[in-house]
Structures are given as structure tokens and as C-alpha cells.
Design a binder for this molecule. Structure first.
Ligand code: NAG
Ligand code: NAG
Length: 631
């Protein structure tokens, strides 16, 4: 599929004609000349250049960015590490296993389908380019662009989160000049200190997934050495978060304290969320693979061992609660279990790390195999809908609370977050990797659930948090209007009085949902992420149309003068409310990347060759024929 594609952006009037059509015209020659001229002058300025294999050209004409590599003002390799383990756990040895194929066996695509798909791809890329031009002009090197005020904001260490988070998107979209500029700017980032406004501390999780993940992925794609140098700087800095008495990583790292040569390092947190402690794994594994430095692998392998050891001693044995005591290495106190905020990516990393390690570390498979059936049993639910035929195809994922009596079934809270929408792709991918068809089916239904939530909202965009009505059974679920009304009234807490009609009108809830607890849309990627993954797994064409509907709806309600802002109320399609002046780096790093990839040829970032971290940064998977270790 690396033929150079010349794609016209969709614009009014012009339709390419078939040859037969041209022959029927009497002034054929004249027509063809005019047509030709017209074609030359209307050549799309933004024809989609090339799938990324052809970036060889980039490597030939690149300037030597390595020379611009500025050393950090502090060399993190020389920073003290007071609690060094007696020996390091090593990356698993041996040839990577041949894991089951994830992607669907796609057939040749028809011309018309390709045209539609490519036009959509151009539209997504144009949206990215519009954002990028603003970022470059108004917020270059800053963490975020304020999309209405048009200025830069510091929010993640002040090192340029959007810059680093977007590197691989630039590469994947074939924006070569922009990529080169961004690499040069990245080479100059000083990770030696943090700007004062953060109180001297950084979020270990966010810095890992956005900066370290972004750098490693851009390095995997481009082989640009300076990106690896920067990844090592960030990795060495983040490694200091493991300098605790039991080597469990911290939630926040105090940069200046980490440089102190006296003392005993840090004390691990007695309260850290599951996502915070467990989603550093892929990034540190990849860093260990490319540097061959075992300490990075050792760091996360110890966390995995901890998970493995306590998996059966939580309040719902098999599942991991939201809050973890890292100090005592104990997970038995918290009763709440979620696949949303504060838990999500640690589960996500079980199958993904398994793939990244070439299937050579069985712990990740075990963690998945013993948790997934319980997620299915206690958290997934079919929503009750007026049309049970629709409801039958959908699943949502709520939260489970363990009850005090042993053996009693956990309680289900129906709250579903946009963040949780990653779960469709999660079950799909893991179902393929571990050859579990039931899990692939769950993935499809969970993805349908999110698509349905988008479609049903007046703006066509799903809210940040909603509740639906769980069916008692997934097989039979007749609509119960009385029950539905009761739930809506309960959830309104008397805020709009006790007249049902008024309450429904005030809440503006589509039928079937019982509460929209947070009506905003924060430009999040999880729904399109799952649609993308399920499309690559099943090849079902409908996913492309769903993705296109989602993209158009999001664009319509989030567009600002300089970029895209968070939508304030997804139920308000009328008033043209201004979006919030906030655009997190994941909009360019994740959301637009997944929209772009679903409309790209299916072998562009194939899931059989790459595995995405939780910030949509693809890492190279090892080939099963031979160990690919670079560096
Ligand atoms: C955990 O408990 C489950 C269910 O009782 C059991 O099947 C599994 O083998 C246990 N795992 C370990 C490591 O003990
Ligand atoms: C519908 O819900 C109401 C209120 O919870 C309940 O009393 C009634 O039994 C339900 N009807 C059916 C047919 O299940």
C-alpha cells in the first residue's frame, strides 16, 4: 500500500471523471486539456504524502540534529540512588514467541471505498495541521496551547508536553518538516530541573506516559538518536521515583530532593492509585529493551511481582482496587474497583506488556487471565433500553464495591466514564492475544456501547460520565418505564423538583441514561481508540462510518479560533456554547492520531507489529523470528 496517493481534499464542484465519460464528449481533446490544466492547478496542496515506511527520504535530507543536543543542566545518570537492589531482575531471555495474529486479514479495497477513506483521512490531518500551526506560533515549547486565548500554558513540568506528545503523530501523518522542527526543539529541552510553579514535584505517571512514552515511540518510528538520548534523560530522572525503601514507585517525584546525596531516598506512598503505580510498565520495559540497561526493567518487574503476589488477597480476589498501600505492599483495604480513572491503564498494560515482551513473561498473562473474567462478571452490564434489540448489542462497564460479608456478590455502580471506553479495545486486543473469542465479543459490545452513547447525545458526543440502567440479565431485558423513571428521579436528588416531566426536560437526558454526572467532553481519545482497535481486529466497515460521525461531531462543537476546546455540555446542541479554553496534549497525541489511523491503510502501524502505550504512543513489538534489540 505504499503507492503514492494523490488525494483531493473534498471541495465543491470538482468530481474526477471516468475515462468512458470523457470519450463520450465531442470536444474530447479540448476537454482533456482543460481538465488537465485544471487538475494541475487544483493539485491538492495537502495530498497525503506517504505511509511512514517511505520516510527514508526524511532520513536523507535531515539536518544533523544530534549536534544541537543540549545536555541537561543536571545529569540524571549521576543522581544518587540510595536504595539500590542487591541484583537486577533481567529482561526475559529467549526468542520472542509467535503470538496469535491480531489484525483482520484485510482484502483489497475498492476504489470508491479508498476515496472516501482517504478524504476522511485528509480532513483529520487538516484538523491536526490547523492545531499545530497555532501551537507553533503561539505556544511553541509550552505544555499546552490555550485554544481560545491563544497562548501557552505550563501543566506538565513545563517541558513542552504537547511538543513531545505529538512527535509520533507528526511522523505518522507524514509531516516531515514539522517533525524535524519538533525534534530540534525537543533536543533542546532541559530535563535537569522543573519550573517552580509545580512546587518542585512532577507526576510520575503523567511524565512517564506522555514524555517518556512520546520520546520512545518517536525514536522507534524515526530512529532519530537524539530522541533516545532525551528518553534516557527522562527515564533516569523518573527512575529516581523508585528510590524508596521497598523500590515501589512514588506518585509524585520531588525533583530537587531526588538530587540530594545525603539521606535514604524516599518513603513509598501508603496511598497511591492503581493506575499510578502500575502503568509505568510498558515505558520502562521499552526503555530497558532499547538501552539494554536492566535497572529499568527491574524497576517495573518488582511492581508486577507485587501485583502477582497480592492478586488473590484483595476484597474481590482477582481484581485490583483503586487504592493501593505501596508502603506495606497491601491491596486489601480498598473496597472499590473500577476500570476508569485511577485504575484503567494498569489493567490495560497486562496484555500489552505481554506482547511487548514477546510473550516471554507469563506473569502478565496470569494477571490478565485471573482478572478479566471478574471484570466481566462484576463490572460489565447490559443497559436497559426501550428497544431491547438495541440494548442486546451493547455493554457498559461500571464500578464494583465489595461488601463486608464474605461470599456476597459485590455491588454494581452503573457509572461509566469516557475514560472507561478504552475497555472495548482492551478486551478485543487481549481476546486476540490470548485466543479468547468471548473476550473479543465483549470488546465489540463495549465499543458499541460507547458508539451508542455518542450517537444518542444531542451533539453526537459522549459525556465524561453517565449512568445507565443495568439489566438483571444479559439475555432478557424488557424495558421497565416505572423503574427507569424512579432511577432518573433518584439521581436528580430533588434538584429540579418532583415532577418527572420537568426533571427530564431540565436534565435533557436521552432515554435510557439515568444520569449524566459530568456533561463535558474533554477531547478524550478512548472511544475512537476502541473503534480503531476493533476495526483493525474485525475489518467491519461500519466502524469507519461511526468514526467519521464521531470526528465530525467533535469537530463541530469543539472548534475554536486556534484549536479545539473541551465541550461544556454534550446535551446542548442548540446554543453554540463556547468550548472551554483547555486542550490537553492528548488531543493531538491520541485523539487525532486514532482518527487518522482508522482512515489510513490498515498496515500503517499494524497491531501485529506495534503496541500502543496508554497515551497512544506505538512501541515496536519484537519480531518472533529474531530478537530486535536496538541501541
Ligand atoms: C486465585 O484464586 C482463583 C479462584 O479461587 C484460583 O483459580 C487461582 O488459581 C488463584 N491464584 C493463585 C495464584 O493462587
Ligand atoms: C418495574 O419496576 C418497578 C419499580 O421498581 C417494579 O415494581 C416492577 O415490578 C417492575 N416491573 C416488571 C415487569 O419487572
Amino acid at each position: 500500500m505504499n503507492k503514492k496517493l494523490r488525494i483531493k481534499p473534498p471541495r465543491g464542484g470538482y468530481q474526477p471523471m471516468s475515462r468512458r465519460h470523457v470519450r463520450t464528449l465531442s470536444y474530447a481533446f479540448l476537454f482533456v486539456s482543460v481538465f488537465g490544466l485544471f487538475y494541475v492547478f487544483s493539485r491538492p496542496t495537502d495530498s497525503l504524502a506517504v505511509p511512514f515506511e517511505q520516510h527514508a527520504a526524511y532520513m536523507n535530507d535531515r539536518r544533523n540534529v544530534d549536534n544541537r543536543f543540549s545536555k541537561a543542566s543536571y545529569d540524571w545518570r549521576k543522581a544518587p540512588f540510595h536504595n539500590r537492589p542487591a541484583s537486577y531482575k533481567q529482561l526475559p531471555k529467549g526468542k520472542p514467541k509467535e503470538l496469535p495474529k491480531i489484525q483482520y486479514d484485510f482484502q483489497e479495497e475498492s476504489r470508491s471505498r479508498r476515496k472516501t477513506r482517504e478524504a476522511r483521512r485528509v480532513a483529520v490531518r487538516n484538523e491536526f495541521k490547523r492545531n499545530w500551526a497555532s501551537y507553533k506560533k503561539l505556544a511553541w515549547g509550552m505544555d499546552e496551547l490555550a485554544p481560545i486565548a491563544g497562548r501557552g500554558i505550563s501543566s506538565f513540568g513545563g517541558w513542552g508536553a504537547t511538543l513531545v506528545d505529538s512527535l509520533d503523530t507528526l511522523w505518522i501523518m507524514g509531516l516531515k518538516d514539522e517533525f524535524r522542527e519538533a525534534v530540534e526543539a525537543t533536543a533542546g529541552i532541559d530535563f535537569g530541573g522543573v519550573v517552580d510553579e509545580f512546587g518542585g514535584a512532577i507526576s510520575v505517571f503523567e511524565t512517564t506516559i506522555r514524555y517518556l512514552g512520546g520520546l520512545l515511540s518517536a525514536y522507534d518510528l524515526s530512529n532519530e538518536k537524539v530522541l533516545l538520548d532525551k528518553a534516557i534523560q527522562v527515564g533516569e530522572m523518573l527512575y529516581r521515583a523508585f528510590d524508596t525503601q521497598n523500590n515501589m514507585p512514588l506518585d509524585r517525584l520531588y525533583i530537587d530532593v531526588a538530587k540530594e546525596t545525603t539521606g535514604n531516598g524516599f518513603t513509598s506512598d501508603s496511598n497511591i492509585c492503581f493506575a499510578g503505580i502500575g502503568s509505568l510498565t510498558m515505558e520502562f520495559v521499552r526503555l530497558a529493551q532499547v538501552t539494554q540497561d536492566p535497572k529499568f526493567y527491574d524497576a517495573v518487574a518488582r511492581v508486577t511481582e507485587f501485583f502477582d503476589r497480592v492478586q488473590n488477597s484483595t476484597r474481590i480476589p482477582g481484581l485490583f482496587p483503586i487504592w493501593v498501600n505501596a508502603f506495606n505492599q497491601d491491596m486489601s483495604f480498598d473496597r472499590t474497583f473500577s476500570m476508569g480513572a485511577m485504575s484503567d491503564s494498569s489493567y490495560e498494560y497486562f496484555p500489552k506488556t505481554f506482547a511487548l515482551l514477546g510473550g516471554l513473561e507469563p506473569a502478565y498473562e496470569k494477571l490478565y487471565r485471573e482478572s478479566a473474567p471478574l471484570i466481566d462478571k462484576y463490572m460489565l452490564y447490559r443497559p436497559m433500553l426501550p428497544d431491547p434489540k438495541v440494548g442486546e448489542e451493547l455493554l457498559y462497564c461500571g464500578e464494583a464495591t465489595a461488601v463486608s460479608t464474605q461470599g456476597d456478590k459485590p455491588l454494581l455502580n452503573s457509572e461509566m466514564q469516557h475514560l472507561t471506553c478504552f475497555i472495548g479495545g482492551f478486551f478485543g486486543l487481549a481476546g486476540k492475544l490470548f485466543e479468547n473469542k468471548h473476550h473479543v465479543d465483549l470488546g465489540a459490545k463495549l465499543t458499541e456501547g460507547c458508539i451508542y452513547a455518542y450517537k444518542t447525545m444531542p451533539t453526537g458526543v459522549m459525556p465524561e460520565v453517565f449512568n445507565a440502567l443495568p439489566c438483571p440479565s444479559r439475555t432478557e431485558c424488557p424495558w421497565n418505564q416505572t423503574l427507569y423513571e424512579e432511577k432518573v428521579m433518584d439521581n436528580s436528588y430533588g434538584k429540579y423538583g418532583d415532577d418527572l416531566e420537568t426533571v427530564m426536560k431540565e436534565l435533557n437526558i436521552p432515554v435510557g441514561f439515568t444520569a449524566l454526572r459530568d456533561k463535558r467532553y474533554l477531547l478524550r481519545p478512548e472511544a475512537i481508540e476502541s473503534v480503531f482497535v476493533m476495526y483493525r481486529i474485525t475489518g467491519h466497515e461500519e466502524y469507519l462510518d461511526h468514526a467519521w460521525d464521531m470526528f465530525q461531531a467533535v469537530k463541530k462543537y469543539s472548534t475554536t479560533a486556534f484549536g479545539n476546546g473541551q465541550i461544556v455540555d454534550v446535551t446542548d446542541a442548540q446554543s453554540g456554547v463556547t468550548p472551554e479554553d483547555k486542550m490537553e496534549s492528548f488531543w493531538l497525541a491520541e485523539t487525532l492520531k486514532y482518527f487518522y489511523l482508522i482512515f489510513s491503510p490498515h498496515d500503517m502501524i499494524s497491531l501485529d507489529e506495534w503496541v500502543f502505550n496508554t497515551e497512544a504512543h506505538p512501541f515496536k513489538r519484537p519480531k518472533w523470528e529474531a530478537l530486535v534489540v536496538q541501541g
